[in-house]
Design a binder for this molecule. Structure first.
Ligand code: SF4
Length: 347
């Protein structure tokens, strides 16, 4: 019986790396070059069925179809913001959902992908954190958020800043990056991809060694105690150790490190904070992205006033730090930073 005819789930080809595809073709005693042909159909030609792989022999297609499927799924809903941002909902299984944001701008279009269903890191200001952890996404499920978007052809940039902590699901994130940046995959420039972390040090080291894409670190406070309250990860992986690790790594000119800083009213927006940030970041060629806080119900934090935000930016600039204020996008559809959550779907 074909697996597709039974209750057994077919294994998905989409999301396999070239070496994984080579293992599959070796298992079926197919010619070695078949693996590259399959990769080409999956990642360049974007087919959705094995029967579309027309340069594979009939026997090869049959063998594959008996055991595998391409395995792409479409989003189940799409919400569109007043500013053009779109939020897509994907169903992972009956109890698990993820969200993906598509953010079009004048000259580029960025997709913010999720790496987990929920998150275990429990950052105070984050809706995903309130949801708790449900599952790691497979490489297939990470990349499906790109390939299955109606706007796929317009995507120019990818940020791993959706639901979940990417470095808590590092193997699958690294595999997805390999597929995105390899010649046999999407052949995308690593300069167009950024992975964001709250600072999981062992995984960050591996990421720096094994990929070429940009790194973004969520900073949010330069002070230990204050950061602990915002981000419990600070108890395990101290910011000073995260920064020491970054300072010891040799970034080439193509690769960027940036710091994300959500600005909370009266908490981390003072001149003292700006000065301390400049002090601890000394020696790192970086940029700080200031992010307006988007209120999460039940969280006792507020958005900083615009004039204070600008003043804070100027303090940092005066200290020689390249600082930008990130535009808030998709707030009306809860697609803005920190608002992605699929908890309500579980009720
Ligand atoms: S900010 Fe990131 S790491 Fe923290 S709870 Fe939210 S998704 Fe998890």
């Amino acid at each position: 019986m074909r697996r597709g005819d039974s209750l057994i789930n077919m294994i998905k080809l989409y999301g396999k790396t070239l070496s994984e595809l080579q293992e599959i073709v070796a298992e079926f005693n197919l010619p070695k070059f078949t693996a590259k042909q399959i990769a080409d159909w999956l990642y360049s030609k974007h087919i959705t069925a094995i029967s579309d792989m027309t340069n594979l022999s009939k026997k090869a297609r049959e063998l594959l179809e008996n055991n595998y499927e391409v395995g792409l799924i479409k989003p189940i809903t799409e919400s569109v913001s007043n500013d053009g941002t779109k939020k897509y909902l994907f169903k992972i299984d009956d109890l698990k959902f993820i969200e993906t944001a598509y953010i079009p701008e004048k000259e580029r279009a960025t997709v913010c992908v999720s790496s987990q269903v929920g998150c275990k890191m429990n950052c105070l200001f984050c809706s995903t954190g309130k949801q708790g952890f449900q599952a790691n996404l497979s490489t297939n499920q990470i990349l499906n958020q790109l390939q299955s978007l109606p706007d796929f052809d317009k995507i120019t940039n990818i940020v791993y800043m959706g639901m979940g902590e990417p470095f808590d699901n590092l193997d699958n994130v690294l595999k997805s990056l390999e597929i995105l940046t390899s010649e046999w995959g999407y052949a995308m420039s690593p300069k167009r991809i950024t992975v964001s972390t709250i600072g999981v040090i062992p995984a960050m080291k591996r990421f720096l060694d094994e990929s070429k894409v940009h790194l973004a670190v969520s900073l949010h406070s330069p002070y230990d105690e204050e950061r602990q309250k915002l981000m419990p990860v600070q108890k395990k992986y101290k910011l000073e150790d995260v920064l020491a690790e970054i300072k010891s790594f040799e970034f080439n000119r193509q690769r960027r490190v940036s710091f994300e800083y959500i600005v909370f009213k009266g908490l981390n927006d003072s001149k003292k904070h700006a000065q301390e940030l400049a002090r601890i970041l000394k020696g790192i060629k970086c940029r700080i992205n200031l992010i307006r806080y988007h209120s999460v119900p039940g969280v006792p934090l507020e958005t900083t006033d615009e004039n204070v935000l600008l003043q804070f930016q100027n303090e940092l600039k005066a200290k020689g730090i390249v600082t930008t204020i990130r535009a808030s996008r998709g707030q009306d559809i809860d697609a803005a930073c920190g608002l992605l959550s699929t908890k309500q779907l579980l009720k």
